[in-house]
Design a protein around this ligand. Structure first.
Ligand SMILES: [Zn+2]
Ligand SMILES: [Zn+2]
Length: 148
């Protein structure tokens, strides 16, 4: 498959190896260890705040998805630029082509700064959640059980 194009997006990892995730339903942010991602044993997660399960990919934060889309659209722009650079104006056909500017990728930072380690009493999974979720109770991202 030499026609495969790979885009890589950097996801920041905190000092303990956790990455920030975001629920697409309630926009709540939390952190899970990068192993969850790398091991690929879980294809879905439960949101600690609202408890709605979704595909693990849908928990990527908006910034990560934006950067990914920027990479893809820059790639397409550059491909179009290359295509146009091969055309020459003739007596009959004139190309009036304005170059498309590439977009800049944003630096991704942790948005939710105050997160606290919590352990699920059912399966022992550790997750970093907001204080409010720790106080009010949270759903375990892995087993979905409610922890109060
Ligand atoms: Zn949620
Ligand atoms: Zn659990």
């Amino acid at each position: 498959m030499r026609d495969t194009i790979t885009f890589t997006t950097q996801i920041p990892v905190d000092e303990e190896g956790y990455i920030e995730l975001q629920c697409q339903h309630c926009n709540s942010r939390f952190r899970m260890h990068r192993e969850i991602w790398e091991e690929g044993t879980n294809d879905k997660l439960f949101c600690p705040s609202c408890g709605i399960p979704s595909k693990i990919q849908s928990f990527l934060t908006k910034e990560v998805v934006d950067n990914y889309q920027t990479q893809v659209s820059n790639y397409i722009n550059n491909t179009i630029e290359q295509l146009f650079s091969g055309f020459k104006n003739t007596k009959y056909i004139k190309f009036n082509h304005k170059p498309i500017k590439n977009k800049q990728e944003h630096q991704i930072l942790f948005i939710e700064k105050d997160v606290y380690l919590s352990r699920c009493s059912t399966c022992g999974q550790i997750v970093k959640i907001k204080e409010i979720d720790k106080i009010a109770g949270f759903y375990c991202p892995i087993c979905g059980d409610e922890n109060e």
